[in-house]
Design a protein around this ligand. Structure first.
Ligand SMILES: *[C@@H]1O[C@H](CO)[C@@H](O)[C@H](O)[C@H]1NC(C)=O
Ligand SMILES: *[C@@H]1O[C@H](CO)[C@@H](O)[C@H](O)[C@H]1NC(C)=O
Ligand SMILES: *[C@@H]1O[C@H](CO)[C@@H](O)[C@H](O)[C@H]1NC(C)=O
Ligand SMILES: *[C@@H]1O[C@H](CO)[C@@H](O)[C@H](O)[C@H]1NC(C)=O
Ligand SMILES: *[C@@H]1O[C@H](CO)[C@@H](O)[C@H](O)[C@H]1NC(C)=O
Ligand SMILES: *[C@@H]1O[C@H](CO)[C@@H](O)[C@H](O)[C@H]1NC(C)=O
Length: 330
């Protein structure tokens, strides 16, 4: 008899809780798995304008030591070599990932579910547009490579939420470190993982395996560093840019630029994406390539590793379809 009373009491408490949750529209009766909680994803109920471009909009963009092999099998990332998958480099990932202190997407106190994001390209078009204040007004600001903020605040803003980089493209001067930035390594080749391991442990870097001098020291603290899931790069290449899976023997395979990879990342973590600094002026070889430094467009014209034409067509189409907004209008 007492057993029945306890059971009735307990089930009424449970029923009350479920009703409470339904009434108040919370999902308190659904406890997210620990894995999801530690990855800190807030779901936005609004469907973004670019949702139709993605196969798995909820895909978590960073690799975590605890489950990267499981996720890789689930999404077929085990069948592709770098930069599109982990095939042949699993052991490197297995050594590097546990060294990172954190694989979270946002700060644990961040509770904005629908994020307005701006992806800031490094294009010379940003010069003298005084977009800095506007750029700083977004929830999330994604920059790439060594596009500096320092000295260019009026044109490009001060804040950086994520900075995508690879060993040959990252700052080596610590003046550029902003403690609020998460630095995201885009892994193009196995040596990039070896490099990360070496810079984190202060070991000597073997520089001759890189196409350009890599950074010899990491200006970021370990808690700031993440590794981008290669699936994001595969998605940029095949799903968004529709690159062929095989290239003719006499051609180097083309891969997406960091800029397009940054936009693909933004599509997974933002509900609105705006772009700035994504225009190249191909008509004038003397025009500035970047908003910083002295490089001119003439340096850009031939690039064996990327297909800039395909990228420009893609950008034009997503702007025309209003999937993203182009902030650097003339
Ligand atoms: C930007 O403004 C500076 C100073 O007014 C000027 O010297 C420079 O030529 C301008 N650059 C561009 C690309 O308009
Ligand atoms: C980092 O974020 C904190 C808290 O939002 C802010 O007070 C601080 O000014 C930021 N630092 C930089 C360098 O932006
Ligand atoms: C580019 O600069 C060169 C040398 O300064 C000049 O001869 C040429 O006319 C310029 N081209 C354009 C399109 O401005
Ligand atoms: C760009 O050119 C100016 C003038 O020629 C020079 O003073 C400056 O050091 C150059 N900047 C870089 C980053 O090379
Ligand atoms: C680059 O992309 C364009 C548009 O998709 C395509 O027509 C062209 O053949 C590609 N070029 C190379 C070298 O892959
Ligand atoms: C953004 O708009 C400007 C002005 O219409 C245009 O010149 C530029 O090419 C656009 N950017 C992209 C990436 O299409």
């Amino acid at each position: 008899m007492r057993g029945y009373l306890v059971a009735i009491f307990l089930s009424s408490i449970f029923l009350y809780y479920v009703l409470h949750c339904i009434l108040w529209g919370t999902n308190g009766y659904w406890v997210p798995p620990v894995e999801m909680k530690s990855k800190n994803i807030k779901k936005c109920p609004k469907k973004p304008a670019f949702a139709s471009l993605l196969k798995f909009p909820q895909f978590y963009p960073f690799l975590c030591a605890t489950d990267f092999t499981k996720i890789a099998s689930k999404y077929g990332t085990t069948n592709f070599v770098l930069p599109y998958g982990i095939k042949g480099s699993v052991e490197y990932f297995r050594v590097v990932l546990p060294k990172l202190k954190n694989c979270a997407l946002f700060d644990e106190f961040d509770n904005v579910p629908c994020k307005r994001c701006v992806v800031v390209g490094n294009g010379g078009v940003l010069k003298n547009k005084t977009l800095g204040e506007k750029i700083d007004s977004y929830d999330v600001i994604i920059r790439m490579n060594n596009g500096p903020v320092l000295g260019h605040e009026e044109d490009v803003g001060r804040r950086t939420t994520f900075r995508l980089f690879y060993p040959e493209s990252i700052f080596s001067d610590p003046v550029h470190n902003d403690p609020n930035t998460t630095a995201v390594l885009v892994v193009f080749k196995t040596q990039d993982l070896k490099w990360l391991l070496d810079v984190m442990s202060g070991a000597r870097i073997n520089t001759h395996v890189f196409w350009k001098m890599p950074a010899l020291k990491l200006i970021y603290e370990q808690y700031q560093v993440r590794v981008l899931d290669p699936y994001i790069i595969r998605e940029a290449a095949y799903q968004l840019l529709h690159f062929p899976k095989v290239f003719p023997k006499n051609q180097k395979p083309k891969h997406p630029t960091t800029g397009i990879i940054a936009i693909t990342l933004a599509f997974h973590i933002c509900s609105e994406v705006h772009l700035a600094g994504f225009k190249y002026n191909f008509n004038n070889p003397n025009s500035s390539l970047h908003y910083y430094g002295n490089a001119t467009m003439s340096l850009m014209n031939k690039n064996a590793y990327h297909n800039v034409t395909a990228e420009q067509l893609f950008l034009k189409s997503i702007i025309e379809k209003n999937m993203v907004i182009n902030l650097t209008q003339d």
